[in-house]
Design a protein around this ligand. Structure first.
Ligand code: SDX
Length: 431
């Protein structure tokens, strides 16, 4: 925990109070208000937590003004170009880059946990075939609590470790099986001779009738997408996982809660919403009308894939994703992709428009990811499940950090009450 070297003064009426100010290793100072209600009898008010630090953490740092994203101090663009997803998982989980033998051991542990309990496949059959894969993932991940009883006791460090590995390892299998069920094809079991991204692609796209060779370009692009979505500080779904875990709920239930939150179109569902928006726009000549609508206060339409609570500059992940989109489409020989052309023209026109400049609205991680995923053969309904596969390591890392924090206590926000003062019940005859 950071220590306090300076104070903030709060004056209410003729009373003044000193509040400790805590300084981070990098980023803004925080005013420590933990004792405020006890000392002063008032709450602070911050719907949406725009100015509130809910915890301290050493995992990910974001500088929204500069468009910086660091995982344990390493810049995301370096990790995306020089590392790979399971190494980034190790970094997020344990705080340092592994030696070759540590990485080999970690990859082996993940690889050997990719299968699901055989009984779990019957869960998938309980869903309608047209169920959204995110609905299936929420259900099946929550149901892991009913199958992996030997890794639900959060007070046991070994069980926390096993649950972490199981979640990271099994999420691709669950997402791939949800997809196969959705399209009416037989499920495909994971293979231990494939890397994480190749395994996922094979489980999604191979069929029993023929051999399936993973395209190394696509598995590299898939791995990069996993890396770019791995963790992102205290975003809505991570905060959901932390709040659920603060009650002592088991890890599978907490991660299922995170998946549910990620599904929303303002958060992880934006990649699906963005591609659907680009297709609705259809071609560059229709862009001005959609930009007009996005600026119209009376129109609920927003540009999906644009804007961010923290980034008031380019999302550094969007830059890498844009480069990946060009590479994947070129390598797949998908010239003149109308959706990519519309995306690039939309980005150009929006960034030239004063509204977006004034409000500091830039493309975010979801703006280009859908274009790559569609080119790889995924339906839009699989975009957010892929985000959930990637973000599982972020959720798990933050969950472990919170459980190891001696300050950990149940999260219980207060409110600004604007309802009725006390009044007596009135019998129905007298109303
Ligand atoms: C992710 O938090 C994370 O880190 C999330 C994430 C992660 O990795 O976990 O980065 C992943 O969720 C990325 C964001 C994906 N969502 C979208 O692309 C959906 C479209 N974006 C918006 O819904 C919005 O930008 C949010 C939800 C992302 C952020 O909203 P905020 O911070 O609450 O900002 P706001 O809604 O208060 O907007 C500020 C102003 C408003 O105008 P005013 O009321 O001030 O006049 O900007 C406008 C908004 O109307 N605005 C937009 C806009 N986003 C904000 N106007 C048009 N199009 C948009 N996309």
């Amino acid at each position: 925990m950071a220590d306090s070297k300076k104070n903030a003064k709060l004056t209410i009426g003729d009373q003044s109070y000193d509040l400790p100010v805590l300084s981070p290793t990098v980023g803004p100072d925080v005013v420590d208000i933990r004792k405020l209600y006890g000392q002063v009898g008032i709450f602070t008010y911050d719907p949406g937590f725009t100015s509130t630090a809910a915890c301290d953490s050493t995992i990910t740092y974001i500088d929204g003004e500069e468009g910086v994203l660091l995982h344990r101090g390493y810049p995301i663009d370096q990790l995306a170009s020089q590392s790979h997803y399971l190494e980034v998982c190790f970094l997020l989980l344990y705080g340092y880059l592994p030696t070759a033998s540590e990485l080999e051991d970690f990859e082996s542990r993940v690889t050997n946990h990719t299968m699901l309990h055989e009984q779990m496949q019957y869960f998938f059959r309980g869903f309608r075939r047209d169920a959204h894969p995110m609905a299936i993932m929420v259900g099946v991940v929550g149901a892991m609590s009913a199958f992996y009883h030997d890794s639900t006791d959060i007070s046991d460090p070994w069980q926390r470790e096993v649950a972490s590995i199981r979640l990271i390892a099994k999420m691709p299998t669950i997402a791939a099986w949800a997809y196969k069920y959705h399209v009416g094809q037989p499920i495909v079991y994971p293979r231990n001779d494939l890397d994480y991204a190749s395994n996922f692609l094979r489980m999604c796209f191979s069929v029993p009738c023929e051999d399936y060779e993973v395209n190394p370009i696509l598995s590299r692009a898939m791995d990069r997408i996993f890396t770019l979505h791995a963790d992102h500080e205290q975003n809505a779904s991570t905060s959901t996982v932390r709040l659920a875990s603060s009650s002592g709920a088991n890890p599978f239930a907490c991660i299922a809660a995170g998946i549910a939150c990620l599904w929303g179109p303002a958060h992880g569902g934006a990649n699906q919403a963005c591609l659907e928006m680009l297709k609705e726009i259809g071609s560059p000549e229709n862009i001005p009308e959609y930009i007009r609508r996005a600026k119209d206060k009376d129109d609920p339409f927003r540009l999906m894939g644009f804007g961010h609570r923290v980034y008031k500059n380019f999302d550094p992940r969007a830059k890498v994703m844009k480069q990946s989109a060009d590479e994947v489409l070129d390598l797949l020989g998908i010239e003149n992709n109308a959706v990519l052309a519309t995306a690039k023209e939309l980005e150009k026109q929006a960034l030239e428009d004063p509204y977006f400049a004034e409000k500091k609205l830039f493309p975010n991680v979801d703006f280009y990811s859908g274009i790559i995923l569609e080119a790889m053969g995924f339906p839009t309904s699989m975009f957010t499940p892929i985000f959930a596969v990637s973000r599982t390591v972020g959720w798990v890392s933050q969950w472990k950090e919170m459980l190891n924090d001696p300050q950990n206590k149940i999260g219980r926000p207060r409110q600004l009450y604007l309802g009725e003062t006390q009044r007596d019940y009135v019998d129905i005859e007298k109303r």
